[in-house]
Write a protein that binds this ligand. Sequence first.
Ligand code: SPV
Ligand code: MG
Length: 543
Amino acid sequence: MTATERRTTRFRRLLQGPELEFLLEAHNGISARIAEEAGFRGLWAGGLCLSAQYGVRDSNEASWTQVLEMLEFMADATTLPILLDGDTGYGNFNNVRRLVRKLEERGVAAVCIEDKLYPKTNSFIGGERQQLAEIDEFCSRIRAGKDAQRDDDFCLITRIEAFIAGWGLGEALRRAEAYHAAGSDGILIHSALATPREVLAFKREWGDRSPVLIVPTKYYSTPTDVFREAGFSIAIWANHLLRAAIPAMQACAATLAREQTLLSVEDRIAPVAEIFRLQGASELEAAEERYLPRRERNDRAIVLAASRGSALGELTADRPKTMVEVRGQPLLAHIVTAYNAAGLKNLTVVRGYLPAAVALPGLHYADNAEYEDTGELWSLARGLEHPGEAGGDLYVSYGDVIFRRYIIDLLAEPADDFVIVVDADWRESANRGRGADYVRCSEGHSRQAYYREIWLERCDPGIAEPECHGEWMGFLRVRAGAVPRLGELVAAMIAEPSGRRAGLSELLNRMVAAGEKVRVIYTTGHWLDVDSVADVLAAGRFA
Ligand code: SPV
Ligand code: MG
């Protein structure tokens, strides 16, 4: 049996081969994969467990298309042939032929239909009260199903419920005869007894006229050799994966509810890595290698986060502003998330006030011990000194400005050495009555600005209408090749007395004065500067 053979062909071999074969129940993709890994050669998609995993009863409460959807996931998750427990065929002959067509399309190898009426009930719930289908009507379902199949090896198994419904061997045989004549590929003889008496009696009389399948759920204690010697074709372990999972889930849920800690369950449950493995995560990784363009960014960012942010009062009593929480996470974590989303992982945070309180994992840290009487430029110098990792392009931003990755993508695009983003909606912050880094550029924002190259002329909180073109959001992107030039400028500035307290706006002006061209990209929104308690509240909505 090779995996390249069609699943229908493989199922037919299992059915018609001389050995006793086994199908294990699976009810979703992951259980199907677990069954395959354990070595099973075929799966039983049982109505009981499929309905149970949906949380409904085995009474056709899940629609047949919902069953079909799950079968598709199962077929995708394994290479094994699947025998669907198709209940009664979900209706009459017409429903059965449509079912067969759809099963073939979804890669299901075989279907079993039982001689009862829609909606069916599980055989172990009041079996004796269950009504059997008329033989001739059930045969019409079989004939229509067989006529509908396009793949010769697709199998239609017929399940006889005569014993379940309290009839004897004679009725079971009469039905087997008729179903066989109608084209059935095999008989599933079902019994609810605790011994295999009924199924063995049937097999003795039926002989080898067609393969016989059994579901030994109730006569579980029978040694498997008994089935083998009797010549059954397939034994179906019909519900055992779900039944194994139920007590495991119940125990875990009860423990967690009681103990309110993960400690006592961690060692008894599968590691997350095992879920990834079963999902085939490694295949996706390999596919990414094959298909995705390589965008390795060794760019780095420096986040200036030294200041306390006294305007936030109590909120910064025990932590700097960058660690103030918004939506359950420090501002800095939101910043890291946005950089990471843009593919930028090499981040250096410059700390000052209460540095020990700034300790998110995976970041580089530089310290500005003189934060109390130095400005942002001083902090930037500390960040630039930090070896970090080998850097490509450099991004600089503030520890109290949260933003969407869109901002980083905007900055990354132009080829220019120095790029800043400017919010053209500057009046909004002016209305809030706070100082901001207003800018004057070679031209203002307009629809055409999108296509034009616009340059910074001046950055200054004092710029007012009509000179003002926008507000600088504190982002500067420097191409890798221009980083040394930036470093030299910063070093020269901090060597001057005025450099100690200088801010980044002074740096921008010095760059312009030195003849550097600072490219301006206009945007509106997608960032938030957190200066006050009101800003913290607004940030909660933004994040
Ligand atoms: C199933 O697994 O859904 C079956 C077998 O049909 S039984 O539950 O025994 O009826
Ligand atoms: Mg069933």
